[in-house]
Design a protein around this ligand. Sequence first.
Ligand SMILES: C[S@@+](CC[C@H](N)C(=O)[O-])C[C@H]1O[C@@H](n2cnc3c(N)ncnc32)[C@H](O)[C@@H]1O
Length: 343
Amino acid sequence: MSEDPVRSVLWMVRGSWITMALRAACVLGIFDVLDGPLVEDEVAARTDTDPPTLSRLLRSLSDLGLVERVAPDAYRNTALGATLREDHPSRLRDLVLMQATLPNLAAWHALDEAVRSGSGVYESVNGLPSWEHLARDPEAQRMFNAAMARRGSGQVAALLTATDLSGASTIVDVGGGRGAMLTGLLEALPSLHGVLADQPAMAAEAEAVFAAAGLGDRTTCVPSDFFRSLPGGGDVYTIANVLHDWDDADAVRILRTVRAAVPDHARLLVVEHVLDAPGRSFEELREVHLVDLHMLVMFGARERTQAEYDELLVDAGFTASTRGATGTDWNVLEARPAAETAE
Ligand SMILES: C[S@@+](CC[C@H](N)C(=O)[O-])C[C@H]1O[C@@H](n2cnc3c(N)ncnc32)[C@H](O)[C@@H]1O
């Protein structure tokens, strides 16, 4: 950062332009063709772009450290640029595309309104709630699902470190998306059966993902509305990165539905980025704080401290939670049906 405060803030002002430069480069497939050095004309030919204009974009991508100029007219990806390739395991490209959709940007544009009112703005700005928008727009839904699924391995690592799942027989993942986390758990624990409960379109997508991973016979996908009812019979229930999408009243409603489904002997594992979990780096905290604002504009929702999650859990009929060490930026809060501990 520059020592001149005006220059430093000017750089922050350019943040949205940088996101758009990343988006353009991802959409054009620039990082996908630059895994080795390539002259600009060849990059233009392979990405179907106007050579002199592409050169201007490459210049800025180089300033950002995403590509490097290896000859006067040739570039290749840096390690940073390589993370935005379509085949990179981080799936960061999906996140760029999801975050840069116009409805999402429009919601952020009304952050001031959200801070004034304390409520979400996505619906007032875009005319319908984010979940409904996704349900009506298959491409937006695909980008969202892919962006969510990219976190599965981190969630699995956190769960396996925080708690002993070796004795579990059936795990029910509430709002499990396309099944990335459950896939990882089933691969790590060969005797486990997995039940994925999500909205009908998502449950169908997860079914295809499990079949492709050879896990069709160890999984059941249940189309569900977690405000109404959820599958019973599990001995472990997980709910990952769902509660932060909802305000307190709705989060308690979801947890009450979970409570109604959870047998008394079972346990619930909440996987989230808990705001006051110890040991976070400055970069991790900065990320959680920005995602908290994203939850505000998108859903009128929030990131929470462990005490705030506990309030919701207790209100819904669970014990207060214990937090296991995870060694990752994900946290796992474990709670049980309150009646069991009261005995
Ligand atoms: C932020 S995503 C989290 C997905 C996954 N657990 C993860 O961590 O990547 C929230 C999930 O909640 C699901 N969801 C939203 N409303 C729902 C509802 N009423 N009933 C069931 N699932 C719902 C979405 O379809 C989505 O898969």
